[in-house]
Ligand binder design. Structure first.
Ligand code: PEP
Ligand code: MN
Length: 362
């Protein structure tokens, strides 16, 4: 059920409706929009006696949502969700494109700093890097753990980049939430429902990657799990699905971008690195992702891909990233988008080591 408030409804009237919903034993999710606020109701098994709510002051109408996903749906919120990062000009969703770049995994402070400097100079606003790596083989590099998170916190201080990193279970989620600006939930965990619920309690945006054989509805339902627990800052990410093709690691399903945008207000990014697994395909598919209307791209960049401890073959060189961002900038206006580059390093005052705050100390 969805309570649509009148455009002129006051905050007190919205609060009174939420209180009444909670009083009935359900959960209220106020979703403010440009024209009006809608309040999603979850926790009900069947139809709710709408008379109780319809009569409250400020209510325009109470409608039944027939789709399985409710809070992620455009029925609940017509306008695109835009996620802001206080203190920066970076956003995810809306008109401005988001560019996330960095290595698959953080391997050392030197490696992270070299790549971060290159991607910041090129204009990325976000730095990605795994601290906890979900690997196919238990013998493969598993990530540097909390040390990698500390390195990324230093990268944020020094280069002004916002940090995106993956949590692979509930234990690592608590740590990642402490350090990161965006919590990534990977393809392998897209249907780890207990982890999704926990991420729903976090106060940081969640970047949810599509499972490698997930349908559009399954992806939206996974996002619904996070939102139903109260975290409305969810970013979807297409990263390729398993098919019979063998010329790429996965098949990047770009058609999901307009399909998501039709049904949901949530931002959707594209990851052409995992989507193709091949360095030479990352630039063409990044261009295509922007052309198809994605809200941005997430790409793997490495200064020494031949020595990378994970995903070297799909990691582009820093020079290629410069090319990528220049091309994306040119395509952006064709699809009515803009590209605001992150802060250039030379404009940032280099932080002295003692000024590099540990996130826990802030
Ligand atoms: C990643 O982005 O580092 C990653 C592991 O991706 P995915 O979950 O899409 O495989
Ligand atoms: Mn990777």
């Amino acid at each position: 059920m969805l309570v649509v408030m009148k455009p002129q409804a006051t905050p007190e009237e919205i609060q009174a409706v939420c209180t009444q919903i909670e009083h009935l034993g359900f959960r209220a999710h106020p979703l403010p929009g440009a024209q009006r606020t809608a309040i999603g109701i979850t926790g009900n098994q069947g139809e709710i006696e709408r008379g109780n709510i319809e009569e409250l002051s400020g209510v325009a109408e109470v409608i039944r949502v027939t789709k399985p996903y409710k809070l992620v749906s455009r029925d609940s919120k017509e306008e695109d969700t835009i996620i802001h990062f206080p203190g920066t000009n970076a956003t995810i969703g809306g008109r401005d494109l988001a560019i996330i770049a960095g290595p698959c995994g953080i391997e050392s402070r030197d490696q992270a700093f070299a790549i971060a400097e290159a991607v910041a100079n090129a204009g990325a606003q976000f730095f990605r890097g795994g601290a906890f790596k979900p690997r196919t083989s238990p013998y493969a590099f598993q990530g540097m753990g909390e040390e990698a998170l500390q390195i990324m916190a230093e990268v944020r201080e020094k280069f002004g980049l916002r940090i995106v990193t993956e949590a692979i279970d509930q234990e690592t989620l608590a740590l990642v939430e402490q350090y990161a600006d965006v919590i990534q939930i990977g393809a392998r965990n897209m249907q780890n429902f207990s982890l999704l619920k926990k991420a729903g309690h976090c106060r940081k945006p969640v970047l949810l990657k599509r499972g490698m054989s997930a349908t559009l509805e399954e992806l939206l339902m996974a996002a619904e799990y996070i939102m139903s627990e109260g975290n409305y800052q969810v970013i979807l990410c297409e990263r390729g699905v398993r098919t019979f093709t063998d010329h790429t690691r996965n098949t990047l399903d770009l058609s999901i971008v307009p399909a998501v945008q039709r049904l949901s207000h949530l931002p959707i990014l594209v990851d052409p690195s995992h989507g193709t697994g091949k360095r030479n395909k990352v630039l063409p598919l990044s261009r295509a992702a922007i052309a198809v209307g994605a809200d941005g791209v997430m790409v793997e960049v490495h200064n020494q891909p031949d020595k990378a401890l994970s995903d070297g073959p799909q990691s582009i060189y820093p020079e290629q990233f410069v090319e990528l961002i220049n091309e994306v900038e040119q395509i952006a206006p064709v699809v009515h988008r803009t590209l605001t580059r992150g802060i250039q390093v030379e404009h940032l005052k280099a932080a002295a080591p003692d000024q590099v705050a540990h996130p826990a100390a802030r």
